[in-house]
Design a protein around this ligand. Structure first.
Ligand code: GLN
Length: 536
């Protein structure tokens, strides 16, 4: 899967959707993301610019598209499903240093594309089909070696590779007609790299008409039945259904020389998509974050998994989620007198650093003292603990050492082993990343929602609730309903039912496990409370 004309037209969703329709024909499918960045992982990229960092079960910090693949394919991917330029070069250099090239001159071509191919094959092992997304747009300098890898792979195994170009067809308002020229150019640019698209997915605000299909086919040298309309959609979960309107799975399978194993099995998917369109009663959820602004635009990409997780639970409960993005920087001086009465629930997602922290704490206090359903994720849970320490335990300067290393009351602290690593400058080694088990306490909200004694959830954080404060916090009414198996790390905090309608925080990121057809219990609990608050 390569992108033509411009970025941001939904290549990740198209990749996920192709995976979905092929899976629905009885094949096992995996997905790979190729990120052209030099960064070895997405952990060091700014979420405002790059979007969410999606954490895999084995603790890799990857691109947000990986989240779409997991959600659409209802699968669990690992670090083998993600590569960056940095990663590929690092492997080649390591191999060279280990005499792995046996005295050969190691060259950008073919050794870099060969390493890309090795990685693709490793990820595709044991599955029928791997859908691979090459980040960026054709014609860019950055992704040329990945396109070269595709060319080499197709040369060696022509029947095993189908190249799909996702392109954009503008309809300029002054002209009022869909223009194919930019796509024609994109195809030519791709041709210059020795690759020809087998399929073109035509992203536009409307479907391709007959005339445009003929024209695209003629000028881009792609048969009409391999041109797939991808008009703007109300919900990204409509996309697989739209692709099947053009019988895409049939055509892709025939291109790969495969016979469908079943008729398209998209029943549950279609039922979900119908629900997205039909629910009417609304719940208003405020998400308080800081990674929003890029110039004059507000982008919610940094919180995409959180947003999707809210949606899945809301649709399951038959309500439409209205999400309001509150910029925490605007609440630094406190919650305005008008309050947060327009919202049925408040969610504080993960984050790093000092910006907007006091604003989030003000909002959490408001939610606690106004019976407003609250869900805190990672930093959101840490701030919930700080708020409790400050306002219920009256430890006025309670804080996290992430912000105030010298605070008198470090209720969120770094554990001794991590301190040692940090002293050695090994910051990467101090993050708790990936899936860890949590034991749930009987009689708690968390235990009831999960319906299980032990759960595994994904983490991405450096700091923890300080064990020295657990007793006092517990006496002050906070219940630690989930802990690490040894009981040292606090994984879930909550206020008991009867004290508050829903006030729960998790040290992990439950959003990474939410699926359209299998929503996450913590989100469902939260949205159910919000629904009750809304009285709908
Ligand atoms: N900044 C916090 C920590 O490092 C929380 C991280 C997060 O929310 N993902 O522990």
């Amino acid at each position: 899967m390569v992108g033509g004309v411009m970025s941001g037209v939904g290549k990740g969703v198209a990749t996920s959707s192709i995976g979905t329709i092929l899976k629905a024909r009885g094949f096992s499918v995996t997905a790979l993301k190729i990120d052209p960045y030099i960064n070895v992982d997405a952990g060091t990229m700014n979420p405002t610019e790059h979007g969410e960092v999606f954490v895999t079960t084995d603790g890799d910090e990857t691109d947000q598209d990986m989240g779409n693949y997991e959600r659409f394919l209802d699968t669990t991917l690992t670090s083998v499903n993600y590569m960056t330029t940095g990663r590929v070069y690092r492997s080649v250099i390591d191999k060279e240093r280990n005499l792995g090239y046996k005295g050969k001159c190691v060259q950008v071509v073919p050794h870099i594309p060969l390493e890309v191919i090795r990685r693709i094959k490793r990820a595709a092992k044991g599955v029928d089909i791997a859908v691979i997304e090459v980040g960026g747009t054709v014609g860019e300098y950055e992704n040329i070696l990945f396109i070269e890898a595709i060319r080499m792979l197709k040369l060696r195994q022509p029947k095993d590779v189908a190249v799909v170009m996702v392109s954009y067809l503008p309809v300029p308002s002054k002209i009022g007609e869909m223009k194919t020229k930019p796509t024609q150019h994109a195809v030519r640019t791709l041709n210059a790299s020795g690759v020809h698209p087998d399929f073109i997915i035509a992203r536009s605000d409307r479907p391709l008409d007959k005339k445009r299909k003929e024209k695209l086919s003629q000028f881009c040298n792609v048969p009409e039945e391999r041109l797939v309309s991808a008009p703007d959609v109300h919900s990204i979960y409509d996309v697989p259904i739209n692709f099947e309107k053009d019988h895409m799975s049939d055509h892709v399978l025939s291109c790969l020389g495969l016979t469908p194993r079943t008729k398209p099995q998209l029943g549950p998917w279609k039922a979900f998509a119908r629900k997205v369109h039909s629910v009417e009663r609304e719940v208003n959820i405020a998400v308080v974050g800081k990674y929003f602004d890029t110039g004059d635009f507000v982008l919610s990409d940094a919180y995409i998994s959180v947003l999707e997780a809210i949606k899945f639970s809301a649709y399951k409960l038959g309500v439409k989620p209205r999400i309001h993005w509150l910029n925490s920087k605007e609440y630094e001086q406190g919650v305005p007198r008008s309050g947060l009465g327009n919202y049925d629930g408040v969610l504080v997602p993960g984050g790093f650093g000092e910006t907007g922290i006091e604003g989030k704490i003000h909002v959490i206090k408001y939610a606690r003292t106004h019976d407003l359903p609250f869900l805190g994720l990672c930093y959101g849970m840490q701030l919930m603990v700080i708020e409790h320490a400050r306002h219920v335990l009256k430890l006025r300067d309670a804080h996290t050492v992430e912000i105030r290393p010298d605070t008198l009351h470090p209720v969120i602290d770094i554990l001794p082993e991590q301190k040692r690593l940090m002293a050695e400058g090994n910051y990467g080694g101090t993050m708790r990343l990936g899936a860890y088990p949590a034991h749930l306490k009987k009689g708690t909200i968390a235990r009831a929602l999960y319906g299980s004694d032990v759960v595994e959830e994904r983490h991405r954080h450096r700091y923890e609730v300080n064990p020295e404060y657990i007793e006092r916090l517990t006496e002050a009414g906070l219940v630690f309903s989930g802990t690490s198996p040894d009981g040292v790390l606090m994984e879930i905090a909550e206020l008991p039912k009867g004290v508050h309608p829903f006030f729960v925080g998790s040290q992990f990121h439950p959003e990474f496990l939410a699926r359209p057809l299998d929503p996450h219990p913590l989100f469902t609990g939260f949205v159910r409370a919000a629904k009750r608050h809304a009285g709908v």
